[in-house]
Design a protein around this ligand. Structure first.
Ligand SMILES: Cc1cc2nc3c(=O)[nH]c(=O)nc-3n(C[C@H](O)[C@H](O)[C@H](O)COP(=O)(O)O)c2cc1C
Length: 140
């Protein structure tokens, strides 16, 4: 399988309620399961950071739709590359609110504002992978 990972940052066009985000996630997980996609999504300070991984065709199609989604803007691609295996294989789309559960302290980033568009690819992946580890602990 031609596996790739894609990481981007964006800003909400307008503030979203938690129930709107949960709706988004429900749909995303249904679609991603069907398409063989996995990943991790976080938000804070009205910013999103998302990693999507799976077959290149499916990742590309989803990113095309995400670019056109009017719920966010300023989509900034932080990374896109082939990978030998998935990082987030357990999650059709894992989710956490940035700042919850001590994520600020662990990320080593300033806690006044979450600005994923100015993170390096390595920082972004480290944050998402760290969250995935915490989620694993939380569910076992
Ligand atoms: C921050 C953000 C993350 C999203 N993540 C996903 C996702 O992982 N999977 C998915 O199917 N849709 C995701 N969406 C929704 C898509 O942009 C799009 O609305 C959805 O795929 C339906 O597309 P359609 O209306 O063209 O059918 C996301 C949207 C936003 C704003």
């Amino acid at each position: 399988m031609n596996l790739v990972e894609l990481i981007y940052a964006s800003r909400m066009t307008a503030p979203m309620s938690m129930s709107e985000i949960v709706d988004l996630l429900d749909n995303a997980r249904t679609h991603n399961t069907r398409e063989g996609l996995t990943g991790m999504l976080t938000f804070g300070s009205e910013r999103f950071l998302q990693a999507i991984e799976g077959p290149a065709d499916a990742v590309n199609r989803l990113y095309g739709r995400i670019l056109q989604d009017t719920r966010h803007e300023g989509v900034m691609l932080l990374g896109y590359r082939p990978v030998p295996r998935r990082r987030f294989s357990a999650w059709s789309m894992g989710f956490f609110a940035y700042g919850a559960d001590g994520s600020l302290a662990r990320s080593g980033l300033p806690d006044d504002k979450f600005e994923p568009a100015s993170m390096s690819l390595d920082q972004a992946l480290a944050l998402l992978a760290d969250m995935a580890t915490q989620m694993e602990f939380a569910t076992t």
